[in-house]
Write a protein that binds this ligand. Structure first.
Ligand SMILES: Cc1cc2nc3c(=O)[nH]c(=O)nc-3n(C[C@H](O)[C@H](O)[C@H](O)COP(=O)(O)O)c2cc1C
Length: 173
């Protein structure tokens, strides 16, 4: 059975990345694609310092197991300084071994509409470190795509639907 793990990479209380992840979860449900969300805000996140996995806390080890069991990932990536946010990069540093040779989609969320290429940083990390193939399209959103009720951009919603179609095709192969 297809198992898609979504990683919500923002630690912000009012995270827009989390909204994007939630919207994508709903799109996956409409296609009956089995999925689960790992929200970094729910973890006792430790810094990567090069120790072996078994020396990290239970949350980090359980997170690694979830990644290991998944067939595909969707990363909710906040843009910090035109790149992957520190907490998400740190999480990947600890868990990249569980991602090898799988596929992933990227939901990239920034403040402005000119940081799109930040998602390429994540693609590069996943490809070079874990031979992860990043599926297309990448979804990109910025402040202007949200209102007080959440994600309102039809363009972003349509990109989410396209990404979910790509995933569905992959699982139906
Ligand atoms: C330290 C920091 C660096 C940021 N750097 C950028 C940036 O380079 N480009 C950009 O468009 N937005 C940048 N932002 C804005 C965030 O991408 C934006 O607030 C986004 O909503 C964060 O995701 P979140 O709401 O899920 O936490 C930055 C925000 C912070 C806190």
């Amino acid at each position: 059975m297809a198992k898609i793990l979504m990683i919500q990479g923002s630690l912000s209380k009012d995270s827009r990345t989390a909204i994007l992840v939630r919207e994508t979860g709903q799109a996956l449900e409409r296609r009956h694609l089995e999925h689960e969300t790992l929200d970094l805000r729910d973890l006792d996140l430790q810094f990567c310092d090069g120790r072996s996995l078994k020396e990290y806390n239970r949350d980090m080890q359980n997170a690694y197991k979830k990644l290991d069991q998944a067939r595909a990932f969707i990363f909710g990536m906040p843009v910090y300084c035109f790149s992957v946010s520190g907490p998400l990069k740190n999480f990947i540093d600890i868990t990249s071994g569980a991602m090898e040779n799988k596929i992933a989609g990227i939901l990239c969320n920034a403040g402005g509409n000119r940081s799109y290429m930040a998602s390429a940083e994540l693609s590069k990390i996943l490809a070079y470190e874990s031979q992860v193939t990043v599926i297309q399209p990448t979804v990109y959103s910025s402040y202007e795509d949200y209102d007080e009720e959440g994600l309102m951009s039809e363009k972003v919603k349509s990109k989410i639907a396209d990404m979910v179609s790509t995933l569905e095709n992959y699982f139906n192969k």
